[in-house]
Design a binder for this molecule. Sequence first.
Ligand code: ZN
Length: 204
Amino acid sequence: MMTTTATSGAGAERVHVVDGSPVDLPRAERAVAELLAALGIELSDGVRDTPRRAAAAYAELLTARPFSLTTFPNEADYDELVLARDIPFHSLCEHHLLPFVGVAHIGYLPGERILGLSKLARVVERFARGLQVQERLTKQVADWLQDQLGAKGIGVVVEAEHLCMSLRGVQASGTRTVTSAVHGLLRDDGRSRQEFFALTGIHR
Ligand code: ZN
């Protein structure tokens, strides 16, 4: 999936737009039917509509809602850590097409621009839609926010359970994978870094 970012507006309020790629539903439907046939499953009564439903489900899981982010100048010069904890998300692992589900914690030290906290959830959702690996999702959210906000520091921690681990292979049910990406002062300044990880509940 391609990600393009267009930023418009030079004034106080700035809108940041991200686009996804279109899905060919009829083709996806034929492919699911072919997959079922290859797995030895006949399209009898119960599964007759499965290719259509499965194609639609994957299309939904892989398509981001139209997304634009509005940021504002940091007029009050707020310079303490802003943290949103336990932002729920789900994504699809690009190795097995199975879901991974969890929460993200995002913190930033405001620089030139700030944004509404609820918007952080939309940023996570935007990058979770699409085939992903957790490490890249974490980094993409951090990099994108860094670019858009010009923050003095950005930290992203993602904790998730991967069904491809829980249900097959090692079958490590309940195991959560933790990844993090930090930029600026949250990477380079020991105290800011410690404060961020302590507030996320992750100690490292
Ligand atoms: Zn996987």
